[in-house]
Design a binder for this molecule. Structure first.
Ligand SMILES: Nc1nc2c(ncn2[C@@H]2O[C@H](COP(=O)(O)OP(=O)(O)OP(=O)(O)O)[C@@H](O)[C@H]2O)c(=O)[nH]1
Ligand SMILES: [Mg+2]
Length: 471
C-alpha cells in the first residue's frame, strides 16, 4: 500500500465518520450523481427534476408520489461545505421565467440537497411515523470520468495512444504542425511548452465542436480555477529516440502529466465520486446521430471509456478507494427526446442501449442495475402529423431560439440500432439511407397553473428508477 493509498483510505474513513456525525445517523442519504459530456443536459435535468419534485403534479410515475406517501419535499443546506451549491433558483428562473431561455453552461462540480418527508410503504404506512430521506444531487462533468483511464497510463503510452487516434483528424492539423516544429528531446522552455499545450487545447475544443467526445485530459476543456496552471500545461509528444535527457521538454511534460493525475484526477474521484450510490448518465444521442457516423462512433467510445469508472475492478486504484462500495443503479438517459415524436422514443432508447452494449458485455457494472431510457427533462415541443407525398410524417413543433415557430420532421430512426451503429463503426462518412435533422427550440412558456411543475417526458420514470425504491 503506497502513501497515496493510505491517504485515500483514511479520507474515506473520516468521511464515513462525518456522515454519521452530522445528524444523518437515522436519516438515510441517497447520493445521486448526475453526469454527461458537456451540453448533454445535466443542468436542465437537475433543475427540472428538483422543480418537479417540489411541485409533484407531473410525477405520477414516482410510486411514493402516486401512493400519496410524500408529505413534503424541501431544499436544505448541503452537508459538503466546500462544494459549490447547484444554483437551482437561477437556473429555474432562466427556464421558467417570463421569457424562458436555457441556463448558461456550467463547468465544474456542484451539489444540492433535497429532503423528503415520506410515510413508509406497506400495510402500516398510515400508522408509522413519517421519516426524512435526503437526496444529495451531485452534478459533475462526464469529461472528468474520461480521466480515470489516464491513471493506468504512463505519459509515453498516453501520448502514443492520443497521437495515433487523432492523426487523421482535420481538426488536429494545426497541432501536428506545432509538433513538427518542436523537439521533445530539446531543452525545455516554457513558451514552447505553453504554445504546444495551447495548440493541443485548441484541437480538443474543435474536436468537441465537431461532435467528437474522446477528449482527454478532461480538464483541458473545463479547467475551472486550474486554467493556466502547470498541471494543465502539457500535450502529447512523440517519444524521442533513445532516453530523453533530463531537463528536456519530454521530461517536463511527463512530470506534469503525473502531477495532473495526482493533483487533479485523484482528488476528484476521492471527494466527489467515491460516495455516489445512484447515477444517471445523460447522453445526447440525437445530436451525435445528427452530426454523423463519426460522431456516433466517437460517442460510443467515449461512453465506453467513461463507464470504466463504474466497473472499479478494472482500475486498481479506484477499487482500493471504493473498498467494495458500489453504485447500485445506473440510468443511461438519452436526453432531449422532445425532438422526436413519441412514436420514435422506443427506438431512441434501443439505440442508447446498443451504444452501451459493448461496454456492458465486457463486464457488467459490478452488479449495478442498469437501464436505458429516452427522456426530456424539459419538454419544449408539441406533436403533430403532416401528410407529405402520400406519407404521414410524425413531427414536433416548437419555438426556435430566434422566436419563429417551426415544425420539425427529424427523420425516422431505424428499428434496428445496427443500421446506425454498424456504419458508424465501419467509418462511413455519412448516413446512407436517411438524413437526421435537429433544431434548437427554446423552452416553451409555462401554461399550467403555478405549482404544477415543468413539462417533461419520463422524468418521473427516471426518478422512480433512480431513487424511488428508497422513498
Ligand atoms: N429540447 C430540449 N433541449 C434540451 C433539454 N435539455 C437540454 N437541452 C438543450 O441542451 C442544452 C444544454 O443543456 P444543459 O442542461 O445546459 O447541459 P449541461 O450538460 O449542463 O451542459 P454544460 O454545463 O455545458 O456541460 C440546453 O441549452 C438546451 O439547448 C430538453 O429536455 N429538451
Ligand atoms: Mg451544466
Amino acid at each position: 500500500m503506497g502513501l497515496g493509498d493510505i491517504a485515500d483510505s483514511l479520507t474515506r474513513r473520516i468521511e464515513g465518520l462525518g456522515a454519521s456525525a452530522h445528524g444523518a445517523l437515522f436519516e438515510p442519504v441517497i447520493r445521486l450523481g448526475v453526469t454527461g459530456l458537456s451540453r448533454a443536459g445535466k443542468t436542465v435535468f437537475i433543475t427540472a427534476l428538483v422543480a418537479n419534485l417540489l411541485a409533484r403534479a407531473r410525477m405520477q410515475g414516482l410510486a411514493a408520489r402516486r401512493d400519496g406517501r410524500i408529505e413534503a419535499v424541501f431544499l436544505q443546506p448541503q452537508p459538503d461545505m466546500t462544494v459549490p451549491r447547484f444554483d437551482f433558483e437561477a437556473h429555474l428562473a432562466a427556464l421558467a421565467g417570463p421569457e424562458p431561455r436555457w441556463p448558461a453552461s456550467t463547468s465544474s462540480v456542484s451539489e444540492l440537497r433535497l429532503s423528503f418527508r415520506v410515510r413508509p410503504a406497506g400495510l402500516l404506512s398510515g400508522l408509522r411515523r413519517a421519516r426524512i430521506v435526503h437526496l444529495d444531487i451531485v452534478d459533475y462533468p462526464g469529461e472528468w470520468l474520461l480521466d480515470l483511464s489516464l491513471l493506468d497510463l504512463s505519459y509515453g503510452d498516453w501520448s502514443s495512444r492520443v497521437l495515433e487516434r487523432i492523426a487523421a483528424r482535420p481538426q488536429a492539423a494545426p497541432f501536428f504542425e506545432a509538433l513538427a516544429a518542436a523537439d521533445p528531446a530539446a531543452r525545455r522552455d516554457e513558451p514552447a511548452a505553453k504554445a504546444l499545450a495551447e495548440a493541443y487545447t485548441a484541437y480538443l475544443r474543435q474536436a468537441r465542436e465537431a461532435g467528437l467526445s474522446d477528449c482527454t485530459p478532461g480538464r483541458f476543456l473545463l479547467p475551472g480555477d486550474l486554467a493556466g496552471s502547470p498541471a494543465l500545461t502539457f500535450a502529447p509528444l512523440p517519444r524521442p529516440a533513445g532516453r530523453s535527457p533530463r531537463g528536456s521538454l519530454w521530461r517536463l511534460f511527463e512530470a506534469r502529466f503525473e502531477a495532473y493525475k495526482a493533483e487533479v484526477v485523484r482528488p476528484f474521484f476521492r471527494a466527489h465520486f467515491a460516495g455516489i450510490d445512484r447515477q444517471v448518465v445523460l447522453v445526447d444521442v440525437l445530436e451525435a446521430i445528427h452530426a454523423g457516423p463519426a460522431a456516433l462512433e466517437d460517442l460510443r467510445r467515449a461512453l465506453a471509456d467513461t463507464l470504466t469508472a463504474f466497473r472499479p475492478g478494472r482500475n486498481a486504484w479506484l477499487a482500493r478507494l471504493l473498498r467494495g462500495r458500489r453504485v447500485e443503479r445506473i440510468l443511461f438517459a438519452a436526453t432531449k427526446a422532445d425532438h422526436l415524436h413519441h412514436s420514435q422514443h422506443a427506438r431512441l432508447a434501443a439505440i442508447t442501449e446498443a451504444l452501451l452494449a459493448e461496454a456492458r458485455s465486457r463486464a457488467d457494472f459490478a452488479g449495478a442495475e442498469t437501464r436505458a431510457m429516452a427522456i426530456a427533462a424539459l419538454r419544449a415541443t408539441t406533436e403533430e402529423t403532416h401528410e407529405h407525398e402520400g406519407r404521414t410524417l410524425a413531427c414536433v413543433r416548437g419555438t426556435l431560439l430566434d422566436g419563429r415557430n417551426a415544425a420539425l420532421y427529424p427523420g425516422e430512426l431505424p428499428r434496428d440500432p445496427a443500421r446506425l451503429l454498424a456504419p458508424a463503426r465501419e467509418g462511413a462518412e455519412k448516413w446512407l439511407d436517411a438524413d437526421y435533422r435537429i433544431m434548437r427550440f427554446a423552452p416553451a412558456p409555462l401554461t399550467g397553473a403555478p405549482g404544477e411543475g415543468l413539462p417533461h417526458i419520463r422524468l418521473d420514470k427516471a426518478a422512480e428508477f433512480l431513487f424511488g425504491d428508497r422513498l
